[in-house]
Write a protein that binds this ligand. Structure first.
Ligand code: SF4
Ligand code: SF4
Length: 455
């Protein structure tokens, strides 16, 4: 069975919510919309206090350059345009809406009826991309890169393979798994739309073989409707973390290696889209629905009802925890995302954003960190690193603040997967050190670039 070739680890899967069908989360009393839910420039608020909005009303238009718009996921009255402290602890411009009823913009088709390519009017590739851009869609696996931009291959490149990232390799998370089980054909239509948008005849859906039901369902559907969905193939993958990393997935599925930055997947002919993003594309193009909700897993060993919710963007995390049975007494840490790449949340009023794939509540025992002891030079971290880096060395250089050597050792290639920390028998905080190093070196590179532009 296929997988990627460099490094990787096998954390316990703990997919506690895999059997929980997607439930609609309740509407919040107040929804909070950060204008910075994506990579690039923040959106710019276009509403003011007292304005009435519906589900689908534009709240913030895309900023200059790389950016996407933000839409209201609720109906009600704008109570303020202010700022919130987001999950990274940074203050961001935000629009607050007091919820009244549940009125939607008339342009959105709210029916559940499947819309296929045959039902749609003929559309040029640029029209599909324009709809995706206008809907504010970003990479929903957590990367939050504007999808419309990713679907415009730069001159000199050609998309040869659309790869759907349905790996969900982070332990605990099951949002993508449930989506495949519950909306399989909508996902196939979404893939057809992406193929059309980038003019590519071949698509692969990469799924780890710990989701045999999703593999079977999609494979059978593709067999049964081969004429309707040509050129799409399900690729079962051996379970290995971090297979959901773009470079690892491309290696696993089509055996191509993406060179070091600034090279992109498209430089080896690949366009990778998370399966949640594919579903959002389906809804945007066939239902005219902007990105106003998403599937999010709320889970943990002490959580009463590990759940998968369809939550409106802007819903406070606290509300989702309440709906999953409340905050367990032995809570030690709450993570936004999964245990490997997620980040501890500063407070529970943080709202669901376009990139929120999960909420993991760890017990006090699980969140206790073992005390770090000196490096024993076992090289396990080197063997685990999927990017071929030397984590022990990067960590040591970070402590000496030797940024120049760290840059030479390719710290910017680190995908922050945490495989090095996971595997270290001395419990060294490798990822913490390397994150600091990566951020510092990227700052230095940016400053150097600005300096060279001035000259
Ligand atoms: S966090 Fe970075 S250095 Fe550590 S294993 Fe992952 S890619 Fe390698
Ligand atoms: S895994 Fe830990 S102990 Fe082993 S070389 Fe890496 S940092 Fe040192």
């Amino acid at each position: 069975m296929k997988t990627f070739h460099i490094g990787g680890v096998h954390p316990a899967e703990n997919k506690l919510s895999a059997g929980s069908p997607i439930k609609d989360a309740q509407l919040p009393k107040t929804a909070v919309f950060s204008m910075f839910q994506h990579i690039g420039a923040p959106a710019v608020p276009v509403v003011k206090r007292g304005d009435k909005v519906k589900v689908g009303t534009l709240l913030g238009e895309a900023g200059k350059g790389l950016s996407v718009p933000v839409f209201s996921s609720v109906s009600g009255t704008v109570s303020k345009v202010d700022a919130i402290v987001d999950s990274s602890g940074t203050r961001r411009a935000a629009v607050f809406v007091d919820v009244e009823g549940d009125e939607w913009e008339e342009t959105i088709d709210r029916s559940d009826k499947l819309v296929t390519m045959k039902d749609l009017p003929a559309m040029k590739a640029e029209e599909v991309v324009a709809k995706i851009k206008a809907a504010g869609i970003v990479g929903m696996g957590g990367a939050t890169f504007p999808t419309g931009i990713k679907l415009m291959p730069p001159p000199g490149t050609k998309a040869e393979a659309v790869i759907v990232n349905a790996v969900e390799c982070e332990p605990y998370l099951t949002a993508d798994h449930r989506l495949m089980l519950e909306k399989p054909e909508q996902i196939l239509v979404g893939i057809q739309l992406i193929k059309h948008a980038v003019n590519c005849s071949k698509a692969y859906i990469g799924i780890e073989n710990n989701k045999p039901d999703a593999i079977k369902l999609l494979t059978d559907l593709l067999k049964e409707k081969a004429a309707q969905y040509p050129g799409i193939e399900v690729v079962p993958l051996k379970v290995k973390y971090p297979q959901g990393g773009e470079k690892q997935l491309i290696d696993a599925v089509i055996g191509r290696q993406v060179p070091a930055p600034p090279a992109l997947p498209i430089n080896v002919g690949a366009i990778v889209q998370n399966v949640g993003t594919v579903y959002a594309i389906y809804e945007a193009v066939t239902k005219n629905k902007p990105l106003v909700d998403r599937i999010i897993t709320v889970t943990g060993k002490s959580v009463k009802q590990p759940s998968n919710f369809r939550a409106r963007i802007g819903t406070p995390m606290q509300q989702l925890i309440d709906e999953a049975g409340g905050l367990p007494e032995d809570t030690g840490k709450i993570i936004g995302g999964g245990p490997m790449m997620g980040k501890a949340l500063m407070n529970l009023e943080v709202p669901v954003t376009k990139g929120s794939s999960g909420l993991l509540i760890m017990t006090q025992q699980e969140s206790r960190r073992a005390e770090a002891s000196p490096c024993i030079r076992c090289a396990k971290c080197v063997g685990a690193c999927p990017m071929g880096l030397e984590p022990y060395l990067l960590s040591m250089l970070t402590r000496h603040k030797d940024w120049e050597t760290i840059e030479k050792n390719d710290v910017t290639s680190c995908i922050e997967c945490g495989s090095c920390s996971f595997t270290c028998p001395s419990h060294r905080p490798l990822l913490d050190d390397i994150r600091v190093a990566k951020q510092t070196v990227m700052g230095i590179i940016k400053a150097r670039h600005m300096e060279s532009i001035k000259k």
